[in-house]
Design a binder for this molecule. Structure first.
Ligand SMILES: [Zn+2]
Ligand SMILES: [Zn+2]
Length: 410
């Protein structure tokens, strides 16, 4: 799986060259040699590749900046944080939409500002009650209307779904966090930067007019929609790496339940199946329902149909079509290659699990004649769409190893 944009750009070029048989030549800076192959025009604002003599190709990623930013903001919490007030190492799993820095509630004041400060006292209370593991939502009978001092309420407000204590001998306690659920509800564009800018502008205006500043309106959290199942590849890799441990644990659990009725070999076989199924689910990103249409202005997220999602990308990034419109008039084939990142992979998997192609042809902006779509977490097939419909291409053979042919001649 390509990890950075020049690698994924190169992969897209290799795929298009393989599928179409047309020679691809870097037009923007070459992702392999870092040079401009074609020096006939100014270097800014170029599309990425010439396709043969009559085509142009621009490559981009369809992703969710909101999801990527939120995942990054959780990174510092993945390693254990010392929590001297605790006795155990607590593993928390939080929702993808949970904020790494929990919003401050007016009542609790400054103390509630930071995630660890918010969950620390709740975990201490669980220790005091002798609780070592909890599904936060179902642990308290008055959920979701917790009393103000309920530890489960505090954990739920911070976005924690589960809390497990790992006993440690001697040392002080700590807290580790992993982000469990999918990012499918994350919009492509959450407008946070624009909101902040607008708030600053208003504040300035009001200050000039000698008025008291009015606090900016907060985005409505309910607009973020439902969380469905779509796992971060790092999480799948973690599941794979602890497969043997999980099989062992599952077998132990089954032995206590069925040890007197089932032979050991069968218990092991069943434990293997359970763990296989769990990893398979995580990989295929099970999706059973479409998201209900959301009220208000149209939001685009990974629950959106693939074609709608790509059309929204064109409206969010007008530069894609603008670059292709600047191509030489004899280059009549003008295409955009979209790589869906893992934040958008469920839109892809909903189709490919059933070997389906999108139901309708894409509406393309002026200057674009076709689109390629691939998913960075699935390198087995690729879609091509234009105003006449969609074609699926399997990537079975050997892709060209390299696009840049300069290395050999230098
Ligand atoms: Zn090159
Ligand atoms: Zn409660």
């Amino acid at each position: 799986m390509p990890s950075n944009s020049s690698e994924s750009e190169l992969d897209a070029a290799r795929i298009v060259q393989y599928v179409t048989g047309r020679r691809l030549e870097p037009y923007d800076r070459c992702p392999e040699c870092g040079d401009y192959h074609d020096t006939s025009a100014p270097s800014n604002g170029r599309y990425d590749f010439h396709q043969g003599e009559s085509g142009a190709l621009e490559i981009t990623r369809a992703t969710s900046r909101a999801a990527e930013r939120n995942e990054r903001s959780w990174n510092p919490y993945l390693t254990p944080h010392p929590a001297p007030a605790l006795r155990a190492r607590w593993h928390l799993m939080v929702d993808s939409t949970a904020r790494a820095n929990a919003p401050r509630s007016k009542k609790a004041g400054r103390e509630s500002g930071e995630f660890l400060e918010q969950v620390g006292p709740a975990l201490a209370e669980l220790e005091r009650r002798g609780v070592s593991h909890a599904w936060v939502e179902s642990a308290c009978p008055s959920s979701p209307w917790h009393s103000p001092d309920c530890p489960y309420g505090a954990l739920a407000r911070a976005g924690a779904r589960t809390a497990f204590a790992e006993p440690i001998r001697g040392g002080a306690g700590s807290i580790c966090v992993s982000v469990l659920f999918g990012y499918d509800d994350m919009p492509a564009f959450d407008g946070e930067d624009e909101r902040k800018k607008e708030a600053r502008r208003q504040k300035k205006q009001q200050a000039q007019a000698g008025k008291k500043p009015v606090p900016a309106a907060k985005p409505d959290a309910s607009r973020l929609g439902l969380v469905h199942w779509s796992f971060n590849p790092a999480f799948v890799a973690r599941l794979e790496s602890r497969r043997d441990d999980d099989i062992h644990q599952e077998a132990e659990r089954m032995r206590t339940l069925f040890g007197d009725r089932l032979p050991a070999s069968e218990i092991l076989e069943r434990a293997r199946e359970v763990v296989d199924e769990m990893i398979r689910l995580a990989k295929t990103m099970t999706w059973r329902e479409r998201l209900p249409p959301q009220p208000g202005s149209r939001m685009v997220d990974a629950g959106t149909e693939l074609v709608d999602l790509l059309e929204a990308e064109f409206s969010l990034y007008p530069d894609l079509a603008a670059k292709l419109r600047r191509a030489h008039p004899h280059r009549t084939r003008r295409e955009v290659f979209f790589w869906l990142t893992w934040t958008r992979s469920s839109a892809w998997h909903r189709l490919t699990r059933h070997a389906a192609i999108p139901a309708r042809a894409p509406e393309l902006p002026d200057g674009v004649t076709g689109i390629w779509v691939g998913c960075l977490t699935d390198h087995t097939e690729i879609l091509y769409g234009d105003t006449t419909g969609w074609i699926r291409h399997s990537l079975t053979g050997f892709l060209p190893a390299s696009i840049c042919r300069r290395g050999n001649s230098l």
